[in-house]
Unconditional design. Structure first.
Length: 121
């Protein structure tokens, strides 16, 4: 995806939306409105790009089963899209699993929306 072109397409679409959705009934006001849209006054800012470092990788579910951390019943998910056994977990996910199976402690996993990192305590 080209963020500059995407930003331009969004602004162009938004201008078209404004021009076709709102049409003042007074001719002088409608003309002023259309001219203002045509002059391309600033409707948007950006794009703003944010680069984030990738999460550190952890072991896979299969590796955690082989290490005796997880129950072998997890292997029943073989071939499932729901839980890919050979996709590496993020290290913070592995840490949460290790704390969960260590026993003797209560565990709360809290996540934010989107790509939030779980916090295990």
């Amino acid at each position: 995806m080209n963020p500059l072109r995407a930003s331009e397409r969004i602004e162009t679409s938004y201008r078209r939306y404004l021009a076709t959705t709102f049409s003042p009934s007074e001719p002088w006001l409608r003309e002023a409105y259309q001219q203002a849209l045509a002059r391309e006054f600033q409707l948007t800012r950006g794009p703003y790009l944010q680069a984030a470092a990738p999460y550190a990788r952890g072991r896979t579910v299969r590796q955690l089963v082989e290490a005796g951390v997880l129950n072998p019943a997890f292997l029943r998910f073989e071939g499932s899209d729901a839980l890919p056994l050979d996709r590496p977990l993020h290290s913070h996910q592995e840490t949460a699993i290790l704390k969960a199976v260590s026993g003797g402690r209560n565990l709360i996993v809290a996540t934010g929306t989107g790509p939030g990192r779980p916090s295990a305590s």
